[in-house]
Design a binder for this molecule. Structure first.
Ligand code: PMP
Length: 427
């Protein structure tokens, strides 16, 4: 069915494979037999090169919370483009967006803008190491913090989907300082810190793990991380590239009531344009160059187009936005739970605010090892069951789904019907 409907995409894929590795520019976009090629995107819809229309719950892996091609954002972006697209000198709007971040996010007292989540986590880890004078970092199994060397170990997202959670090309000397621990496990964390606290610079954590599906923190687990880091002179970094501005106005730290030392941001912050940011306590942030000696730089840092889209996007993220997007994700998640019961398919469904995912797994998914036991074949069937009927989710059990303000009631109802047909066919 898919191959019949997507002939133009197939031709483009055959051509793309000759020039682009795997026909794509980021591995998560690849799936078998081939990905559809998008022609345009509007609101919550993607239109492919064969004019098939999909209701989109991938939303560019998170940024498009207001839907695609939002005209209010784009009109401001167009105005900005006439005023220049990159300056290499500071501009007023950088202050405006930094102030918005500081107003909203509890730990944010100062900001450095970069161009991606990858750059943000790389620099945040460098800052933590530089300030503490310690080398080791703790990351969780299956967490994804971008595609740089310190953290590409037992990594989630595309690295897991495509079978290379540890990437060759990264010297063992680089990752020997990366300690891996299971999420939601206190004992191992306590033991590791007791033994190695003099060497551990930071813990970097996705407060909700969104790159291995959707794994929620156990009761008070984030609070526990806050306490143990505070007691042991370890910097706590929340990687909120997904959860920032998504779980609430102040992100996961506001949602869970736990304030880290540093936060990394991306995705939503750029309103559909490339961006990243590191924010946190002034005493830490001021160690970045030029005030301090820890080097961080970028030609496109604070790019005025991305900054403009970010400012305009954040303006739309009011209480009603969170209410609406949460409601939609809750409806879809409850529907998935009902379908699992109705069709006798063992699943675990998780949702928080506008994030949701179904695992084809009989056990509660608390960490990477349990997530990995999910039935990915069944997930793949579910994925195509949706895709063939006009609903697009990220093509992997180890990603999550997002709702946006642009999905309307009819879209949600259509999605529920399509989900039911997909579940029927799984039996
Ligand atoms: N951290 C997290 C939690 C992410 O989900 C991602 C991207 N999915 C990144 C970092 C890396 O961000 P980017 O792709 O913008 O480099």
């Amino acid at each position: 069915m898919y191959t019949i409907k997507t002939q133009n995409s197939k031709d483009l894929y055959d051509e793309a494979k000759n020039y682009l590795v795997g026909g794509v520019n980021s591995p998560v976009r690849a799936f078998k037999p081939y990905p559809f090629f998008v022609k345009s995107a509007k609101e919550c819809y993607l239109i492919d090169e064969d004019d098939n229309k999909y209701i989109d719950y991938c939303l560019a892996y998170g940024p498009m919370v207001l839907g695609h091609a939002n005209q209010d954002i784009l009109s401001k972006v167009k105005e900005q483009m006439d005023l220049g697209t990159a300056y290499g000198v500071p501009a007023k709007k950088e202050i405006e967006l930094a102030k918005e971040i500081i107003d909203r996010i509890p730990c944010a007292e100062m900001v450095r803008f970069v161009n991606s989540g990858t750059e943000a986590t790389m620099s945040a880890i460098r800052l933590a190491r530089g300030v503490t004078g310690k080398n080791k970092i703790i990351k969780f199994d299956g967490a994804y913090h971008g595609a740089h060397d310190y953290v590409l170990v037992k990594s989630g997202s595309g690295a897991l989907t495509h079978g290379s959670p540890n990437s060759p090309g990264i010297p063992a000397d680089t990752t020997k300082n990366t300690i891996l621990l299971p999420f939601n496990n206190r004992e191992l964390m306590e033991k590791t810190i007791a033994e190695q606290k003099e060497e551990i610079a930071c813990i970097i954590v996705e407060p909700v793990m969104g790159n291995v599906g959707c794994i929620l923190p156990n009761d008070d687990y984030l609070k526990f991380l806050r306490e143990i880091t505070e007691e042991n002179n370890i910097v706590l970094i929340f990687d909120e590239v997904i959860t920032g501005f998504r779980l609430s106005k102040g992100g996961a730290q506001e949602y869970f009531g736990v304030t880290p030392d540093l936060v990394t941001l991306g995705k939503i912050l750029g309103g559909g344009f490339p961006i990243g940011a590191i924010a946190g306590k002034k005493e830490l942030m001021e160690n970045f160059s030029p005030n301090g000696t820890i080097y961080q730089a970028g030609t496109f840092n604070g790019n005025p187009v991305s900054i403009t889209a970010g400012i305009e996007t954040l303006k739309c993220l009011n209480d009603d936005f969170y209410k609406q997007t949460t409601k939609k994700a809750t409806i879809l998640s409850n529907h998935l739970r009902e379908l699992s019961d109705k069709y006798g398919i063992e699943t675990k469904v998780y949702n928080v605010a506008s994030i949701f995912q179904v695992y084809f797994n009989k056990n509660e998914v608390l960490n990477y090892d349990i997530a990995k036991e999910s039935n990915t074949e069944l997930f793949n069937k579910y994925f195509f069951g949706l895709l063939n009927n006009g609903v697009f989710i990220a093509p992997s059990q180890f990603e999550c789904c997002f709702t946006s303000i642009a999905h309307n009631e009819e879209d949600i109802q259509t999605t529920m019907n399509v989900m039911e047909n997909a579940f029927k066919s799984l039996k």
